[in-house]
Structure formats: structure tokens, C-alpha cells
Design a protein around this ligand. Structure first.
Ligand code: KG4
Ligand code: ZN
Length: 384
């Protein structure tokens, strides 16, 4: 079965063609980073307009790379939420129009479900290519950690093996962020310190040169559900350490310098950062990563699973990968490759494939939802 996946929930316009839920025939991602970087974050109106410009060429390019025509696709999977409503609508309406005009099946996919399926897809591809990998099996505790989301899920399925077709997935949300997502905190700290956008990759690289214990941010305490996250406190703690100090002056100088250079390399940027700034971001990253790892491991122990999946843009973080490897406490921890961790459409096609096999079909009324909880939620949790 050939599925065309379309993803446009935030600032990436993406299309991918997936064969039989496991072979990526093509995957195209048009990033809007250049549009949003001068604002230090995604501007929703600009994002919708960029999606409108990009959606046609991106889908065309997915067909060109796959060496296929539109008529060869068997079904369509589109992200229906959660995300920016204007952005979501562009990809969803485009996919819906294609499916209806060709009279082919259509399914809507939850973006978070896509991130979870990125782990399974990567694992299937690795194993099919003969790379020696243990099988990513369900049940798992999955951490979806990105610029828009930080949530923990207990993921279970019908048949025991992920290789089985037509399997049904069940998602129970264990916890979620009550304020900023982890990636959002990275982006905001980078904006405060004039380090560039998106903040995660740059803080990741700069932190290699800093002391992660220079600033002790303490443990993040949660009242109520201990599986929930909160990163606004640590972000504000960084702000207080910067405001009115030499670090603020330094950040202003860096901001002025950055306006004269286009996308400086990490060595150049490092040359414009004091050791105190680099130590501060390294300590911030350390505190966020320790919290993500601790809460995920505790949830996996509670749920008595053997497998942990980690997905979403922040799953690219090198310290997060290192700490999960060091602390795994006997769990098998699976990450997608960086290209499948950040937003892409192959993961949407992968999640959609199982829905299609299970007979799910969306009709003309399929629409986008800015909020769209995935699976069951704990009684204390608010809807996403
Ligand atoms: O999954 P994604 O592409 O989009 C959302 O669904 O949000 O994630 C983007 C987020 C951004 O906040 C970015 O700063 C963060 O992922 N990110 C990272 C790294 N690479 C991307 N955060 C920390 N370390 C990284 N290496
Ligand atoms: Zn995402």
C-alpha cells in the first residue's frame, strides 16, 4: 500500500510517500526557519502563508523523488492536530482535496501519534536494512518532546509484535507539560541570550564547551501528577540570572553582531560568548535533560515496560541521548534518527497506514483541531 503523508502542523511543510508502512520512497521537508528566525519563534500568520506557498511544490517533489505519479498512490494521511490552526488547515485541505478528487481513502492523524510511529518506522527500516537492532516492541513508555509538546504516553497494541499488520494501538497519556514544552524553553532561552533560532540545536552544540554543574537549578518539583512536566520556572530562573547583569549586556552586543552576519557557525558564535554564558546554557540543558530522563524512567518503572521510546525535535539532543544510554536501568531506549525525530510526513504516513489497514476512513468533514488529545488522559490532566 502506498500512502502519501502530509504534515503542516507548525513551521515545516512536509510530504512523504511510504510503501507498506515501512519503506520511505520519498520524504520532503520545507523548513520555514529563515522566515521565523528574526522573531526568535514561529509567527502563526507567516507560517500559514509559507505553507500555502510550499504545499504544492513539496508534494510535487515527493512524487518526483519517488519516481511516481499521483494516480499510483493508494491512500492519503494528513495531520489533523494538534498545532497551529491556519498551518494545519493548509496541509489537511490539500490532502483531502487530492483524496476526494481521486476517490481514494483518507485518514486524519494526530501529530503526536506520528511522532510515536517515527520510532517504530525507524526500527523497521533499520532491521530491514540488516542493521543489527533489537526490535522496538510495545508496550512502551514514550516521551514525545518537541517545541510544541512534552508528554509521556503508555503505548500498547493488540498483537505482540510491531511487525504484525492491522494492529490497533492504544495510547494512555501519563503526563504532559503544564506550561512550556521543553523545546520551547530551549528556544526562549536562546532568544533571551541572542544565540539564534531554533534554540535547541545551538544550545546543544554550545553546551559541549560549558560546565553543566556551574549553575544549580535544583530539581523541578511537581505538585499533583508526578508524570507532568514544567519548564517555565527554569526558563524564568535563567532570565533572573541574566537580567541587569553583564550577561544581558553581552547578549545585546551579540544581538547587534548577529544582525550583521548571516547564520554564524558554532565556532564564530562561541567566539562571541563569554564562558559564563556557555556555562549557563550548559547548566540549563543539563537541568532540563535530567528532568526528562528521570520522569520517563520513573514512568517506565511504574508501567513495568521494557521499552522506552523518545521522539520529537528535542530527541535530537546529544545530552538527552547520552543520559538515556548511561542511565537506562535495563530498559531498551529507542530514538528515531534526527530526520525522523523532527517534524516530517513519513511519520504521519506510518501512523496513517495502520489506521487504513484497520479500515478507518475520514470523509469530507475531516477538519483541523488546534487541540487534539491523544488517547486517554489521566483524570487530573487538562486536555492538550
Ligand atoms: O518536533 P519538532 O520539529 O516540532 C514540533 O513538533 O515542535 O521540534 C522542534 C523543536 C524546537 O523547539 C527545537 O529547538 C528543538 O525541537 N530541537 C532541539 C534539538 N534539535 C531540535 N532541542 C534540543 N536539542 C536539539 N539538538
Ligand atoms: Zn512535532
Amino acid at each position: 500500500m502506498l500512502v502519501l503523508g502530509i504534515e503542516s502542523s507548525c513551521d515545516e511543510t512536509a510530504a512523504a510517500i511510504l510503501a507498506d508502512g515501512q519503506i520511505i520512497r520519498s520524504s520532503v521537508v520545507a523548513s520555514q526557519v529563515l522566515t521565523h528566525e528574526k522573531y526568535g519563534g514561529v509567527v502563526p500568520e507567516l507560517a500559514s502563508r509559507e505553507h500555502l506557498r510550499a504545499i504544492g511544490p513539496v508534494v510535487d517533489e515527493a512524487f518526483r523523488q519517488a519516481g511516481m505519479t499521483l494516480h499510483e498512490v493508494d491512500a492519503f494521511a494528513v495531520t489533523e492536530g494538534p498545532g497551529l490552526i491556519g498551518s494545519l488547515l493548509v496541509g489537511l485541505v490539500y490532502g483531502k482535496a487530492l483524496a476526494l478528487s481521486l476517490n481514494k481513502p483518507l485518514v486524519g492523524v494526530n501529530h503526536l501519534e506520528g511522532h510515536i510511529h517515527a520510532v517504530l518506522l525507524e526500527n523497521k527500516m533499520d532491521r530491514a536494512a540488516g542493521r543489527p537492532r533489537p526490535e522496538a516492541r510495545l508496550p512502551s513508555v514514550t516521551l514525545v518532546v518537541s517545541g510544541g509538546h512534552t508528554s509521556l504516553f503508555h503505548v500498547t497494541s493488540g498483537p505482540a509484535s510491531v511487525a504484525a499488520s492491522a494492529m490497533r494501538f492504544h495510547y494512555a497519556q501519563l503526563g504532559r507539560t503544564r506550561d512550556d514544552a521543553a523545546g520551547e524553553a530551549f528556544d526562549k532561552v536562546a532568544k533571551l541570550l541572542a544565540l539564534g533560532y531554533p534554540g535547541g540545536p545551538v544550545i546543544d552544540k554550545l553546551s559541549c564547551f560549558g560546565d553543566p554543574c556551574a549553575v544549580d537549578f535544583g530539581h523541578i518539583k511537581m505538585k499533583g501528577n508526578p508524570r507532568d512536566f514544567s519548564f517555565s520556572g527554569i526558563k524564568t530562573a535563567v532570565l533572573y540570572r541574566v537580567r541587569g547583569t553583564d550577561l544581558a549586556k553581552e547578549a545585546e552586543e551579540r544581538r547587534a553582531w548577529r544582525q550583521c552576519v548571516e547564520r554564524p557557525g558554532i565556532d564564530d558564535l562561541r567566539g562571541h560568548c563569554s564562558q559564563a554564558t556557555i556555562d549557563l546554557v550548559a547548566s540549563f540543558q543539563h537541568a532540563v535533560v535530567e528532568d526528562l530522563v528521570e520522569r520517563t524512567l520513573a514512568a517506565a518503572e511504574d508501567c513495568r515496560v521494557d521499552n522506552i521510546f523518545v521522539s520529537g525535535g528535542v530527541a535530537c539532543n546529544s545530552l538527552l541521548r547520552q543520559r538515556f544510554a548511561e542511565q537506562s536501568r535495563g530498559f531498551q531506549v529507542f530514538f528515531p534518527s534526527p530526520g525522523l525525530s523532527t517534524d516530517n510526513a513519513a511519520m504521519i504516513a506510518a501512523a496513517g497506514y495502520y489506521k487504513l489497514l484497520a479500515g478507518e476512513r475520514a470523509g469530507v468533514t475531516l477538519t483541523a483541531h488546534a487541540s487534539l488529545p491523544l488517547g486517554t488522559t489521566p483524570p487530573s490532566s487538562l486536555a492538550i
